[in-house]
Design a protein around this ligand. Structure first.
Ligand code: NAD
Ligand code: WQD
Length: 356
């Protein structure tokens, strides 16, 4: 029997790519997403790419325990991947209650419903932001954690909650994956990152400048102690992140309890290096203007990715050029995101439902 995986936040950026990866590897997939930051169109495209449908997609809030319990009652869930969360650092400072409620409250609701239905296997989306202002890179899982904003604190709190619940529920197996900077898109150009409003993250902003939707990129500081003075990050292709989740599912049963792993490449790239790589791949210019540092930014965040390699024998395979090429393909085919795809990407078919 194929395993059934419940994916919360499955219509989002990382969730949708992970759904494709799971469908491609024979899993049955059930999605729960309230679409607060995603479009149901992403799920139509997931099924199109995979060539087979999801078992079902439910437009419900993970905090709605009764509705979530109904989903578990309907499907024989073998494992859960919990992506559903709010993720914008700046917004978390203005909306802390919403962030704690959704990210921490949503995780607690999910854990109680999993317990009620005796589902014991969970992969949790954590973040490199739990490390905060790192003094030295690369960062291993043992590096000190010091989150500097409400969003990052929600992720660390969830990790702590998961540890405590694992200590109490001996059957529970949890893998918390701390992603560094996921970018790129599915190579088909059908699926990608479609931020609502002005992008807060670097790669989608560069892509929108390259396509002519925005005038220029503001480079947030060129006086960091890095080789070219701009911020250095560990960009990881979203398909590698998706693959990492599929491999994590295969290793959930290695042992009970909670384990934490970084998901990164181990390679640092500066803002200007990413701009140059994107310009080269797209053949478009990306005008830049250096402005002051962004509040709360850190000089460099790069993963020590060796733990996951040692534990699973798995490493990322997609390089920076591939990340830029795939992000650009999605941007070109979907200049306005999922809202108004170009004819080549194909819009939603009337009457087509993401539900299986
Ligand atoms: P995303 O916003 O694209 O996806 C999150 C999905 O969850 C969206 O589809 C949203 O509609 C859904 N969602 C939010 N609240 C919900 C709720 N209460 N009930 C049901 N669905 C809800 O974000 P993403 O980039 O795909 O991130 C996925 C996960 O990975 C998040 O937990 C995020 O914190 C984590 N993460 C992301 C990054 C990154 O840079 N993208 C880095 C590290 C960790
Ligand atoms: C990357 C670099 C900016 C935009 C965020 C979250 C983190 C995690 C990953 C969820 C930095 C610079 C950016 C722009 C710029 N997400 N920049 N101009 O801040 O490393 O991490 O995403 O868990 O929690 O904090 O990513 O893409 O915003 O920035 O110069 O318009 O690009 O200063 O050096 P960040 P980012």
């Amino acid at each position: 029997m194929p395993e059934t995986v419940l994916v919360t936040g499955g219509a989002g950026f990382i969730g949708s790519h992970s759904c494709v990866e799971l469908l491609d590897h024979g899993y049955e997939v059930v999605v729960v997403d309230n679409h607060v930051n995603s479009s149901p169109e992403a799920l139509v495209r997931v099924a199109k790419i995979a060539g087979r449908p999801l078992i079902a997609a439910y437009a419900i809030d993970v905090r709605d325990r009764a509705a979530l319990s109904e989903v578990f009652a309907r499907h024989p869930v073998d494992a859960v991947i919990h992506f559903a969360a709010h993720k914008a650092v700046g917004e978390s400072v203005s909306l802390p209650i919403e962030y704690y409620d959704t990210n921490v409250g949503g995780t607690c609701a999910l854990l109680s419903v999993m317990h009620e239905h005796e589902v014991h296997r969970l992969v949790f989306s954590s973040s490199c932001s739990v490390y905060g202002d790192a003094r030295t890179v690369p960062l291993s899982e043992d590096s000190p954690v010091a989150p500097t904003n409400p969003y990052a604190r929600t992720k660390l709190m969830c990790e702590r909650i998961l540890e405590d619940v694992c200590a109490r529920l001996q059957d529970l197996k949890v893998l918390a994956l701390r992603y560094f900077n996921p970018v790129g898109a599915h190579p088909s150009g059908l699926l990608g990152e479609d931020p609502h409003g002005i992008p807060g993250n670097l790669m989608p902003y560069i892509a929108q400048v390259a396509v002519g939707r925005r005038e220029e990129l503001s480079v947030f500081g060129d006086d960091y102690p890095t080789p070219d003075g701009t911020g250095v990050r560990d960009y990881i292709h979203v398909m590698d992140v998706a693959e990492g989740h599929r491999v994590a599912l295969e290793h959930l049963d290695d042992r009970a309890g909670m384990r934490v792993f970084n998901l990164g490449t181990g390679t640092g790239t500066s803002v200007l290096q990413l701009v140059d790589a994107f310009a080269a791949v797209s053949g478009r210019s990306v005008p830049c203007r250096t402005v002051g540092r962004r509040a709360g930014d850190v000089a460099a965040l790069v993963a020590d990715a060796s733990a996951v390699a040692a534990a699973w024998g798995w490493t990322t395979t997609r390089d920076l050029t591939t990340m830029c090429r795939d992000a650009w393909r999605f941007q070109e085919l979907n200049p306005d995101g999922y809202a108004r795809p170009s004819a080549r990407a194909g819009g939603p078919t009337p009457g087509e439902s993401p539900d299986g």
